[in-house]
Design a protein around this ligand. Structure first.
Ligand code: NI
Length: 136
């Protein structure tokens, strides 16, 4: 019996999208408002889905308290109320786009999850824009 269990967490963070290899003009044109040099913020929503075999003894796939604690410790406590571009080492060499934030979150969570589970993350940067990553 294969089930997916999901947990939603939220965090607020600032960032600036910028490629240091490009000119200021090209950055401004490509990233638009997200290139603002004094940063800007988003209210992010992170949806973490874990898929696997239900344990017949407990009836659980995974204890969702355990999953919540992994997400908070590894991701949202590190990112919440931070400037991702300046305060979070993961993004010192990685542009903090939604794609890259989802990628970093996936790897941080995966490291602390039983390898028998498949992991899928969805990151909403705005109500209408979201990305998904599952480790490929
Ligand atoms: Ni932005």
């Amino acid at each position: 019996m294969i089930v997916t269990a999901s947990r939603v967490e939220r965090f607020n963070a600032a960032h600036r999208l910028h490629n240091p290899e490009w000119s200021d003009a090209k950055n401004a044109e490509f990233f638009g408002l997200c290139n603002n040099k004094n940063f800007h913020g988003h209210n992010y929503t992170l949806i973490v889905k874990v898929t696997g075999e239900v344990d017949p003894e407990s009836g659980y796939l995974i204890d969702l308290k355990v999953l919540k604690n992994i997400i908070r410790k590894q991701v949202t406590d590190r990112f919440d109320h931070k400037n991702l571009s300046l305060d979070v080492e993961d993004f010192h060499k990685l542009n903090p786009t939604a794609e890259h934030i989802a990628y970093v979150a996936w790897h941080r969570i995966k490291k602390h999850l039983d390898p028998k589970f498949a992991l899928h993350v969805t990151l909403y940067e705005t109500e209408r824009n979201f990305v998904e990553y599952e480790g490929r």
